[in-house]
Design a protein around this ligand. Sequence first.
Ligand SMILES: Nc1ncnc2c1ncn2[C@@H]1O[C@H](COP(=O)(O)OP(=O)(O)OP(=O)(O)O)[C@@H](O)[C@H]1O
Length: 492
Amino acid sequence: MSARELTITNNKGTSIILKLTETSLEISAGVDNASRRRRSSGSPLPFLKSKSSTMVIHVPLRNVVAVTSSDVVGVSYLARKSPKHSLSFFRVEGSLGERDDTLAKQWCETAMAAAYHGRTPPKKLKVVINPRGGRGQAGSIFTDKVEPILNAAGCVLDVTYTTHPKHALEIVQDLSLDFDALVVVSGDGLIHEVLNGFSKHTQPDKAFCIPIAPIPAGSGNGLSLNLLGLQDGLDPRAAALNVLKGLPLKIDLFAFTQRNQKRISFMSQTVGLMANIDIDTEHLRWMGDLRFVLGFLRNVVTLPTCKMELSIKLVEQDKGKMADAVRARRADASSDIPAVPMSPSSEIIYDPGSPGDTWIKYDKPCLWVYAGKGPYVSRSLMQFPVSQPDDGVIDIAIQEIIPRKDLLAAMEGAEKGRCYWFGTNRYFKASAYSAKPHAKSRGALMVDGEVFPMQEFHVEVLPRLGTLLSPFPYYAPEFTFGENGTVLKPGS
Ligand SMILES: Nc1ncnc2c1ncn2[C@@H]1O[C@H](COP(=O)(O)OP(=O)(O)OP(=O)(O)O)[C@@H](O)[C@H]1O
């Protein structure tokens, strides 16, 4: 046995070699033909690398959840059956036989340190579950997919199921400040509630520093998509891994004021056609995010227009510059988990407080106004492809009135942000804005997916107030559409 290697024997008498490399944990076992045929269901090593009599899997260190040595040595990890599959959770375990116990303990400690980049998994987690979110499956998503992973990592869980709207807000405003993270098993609506709960806390500054980790169990799950990307954003196990391995990422929040009442918004304020979609399809939550596509098609038929006066405290409106900035941020940051969070000052790109800021007005009728943060608002729409978590601004997209056929054509590539470059999509970065709907203006105003009265409101950016857990020091989804419809290679 080398220092990087440990051999254990499972309860069927098979020898399993655990080997640490720089980037992965290699697990190999000799198998007979009968077990190779059984390999797909419940086997501890389900993925054959070759047809030889040795099974080998390479588990990226990031996917190693726990390595323990008590009576037996056990390794818990996440792996995919194929690159397109979502993650599954496995555990291999075996005894050491006559061999040196101390060496095994040391090996497990080294493996855990490698798996967690020298940190330890979070200890104390508050978990809030909305059993009514999305398709109403948040409870089983948590117990079947998330809890086993958090338990394996040794987390202590304090779980509450919400029983009524605003329950999450009530829980969070009295939340003890010693939790390592707040795990929210739901959709974006509950994230909105917990952030507003933090703002009502007796120590709001400290409360806002408790990192939030979303577990996708709602219908839109925009925040989870933005943190984990399109492949993993709707996978609760990938989100559970983020609870364990993610690092705090500061995000800007928004102060939304209407009729002298201030609320925290974190994702979007929407007026016009796009807001109608949310309301019209409220009863179709069971459809998941397909409801938004259906709602869009319905609204294209009626084509409602939106009349309001917008005053925008402008920071940037050059689409090319904004796209360059988001790509530069990505290129600068390592995609590996950094050992320590990035320093705050290196992340700010815009300077919203500079004296050169100007207010501009926009009052032409339009199809919708969508203001917010985070590329995805749902899986089918990358509304803010150049958004950054902590650039101190809010992105505002205004869709000018266009014919129905052009709107339908715009659906193609909407999930990759193609519409960003359309000339009829006016796009601004702002440090604040105000909206004044025309008298008799009909339609809906949605804030983070919740309905608000169609009345005057004001939004101010609250730079870096919120904290999330994230695998990356930037939003995961990459904007690959270049100007004139060119598709850029990822990472270019
Ligand atoms: N037990 C409950 N019964 C009824 N409503 C609840 C309960 N718990 C929370 N809610 C409300 O459910 C609303 C929707 O929650 P959530 O965001 O989790 O799901 P969603 O709307 O389906 O997902 P998304 O916001 O991603 O589209 C929230 O506004 C919250 O107040």
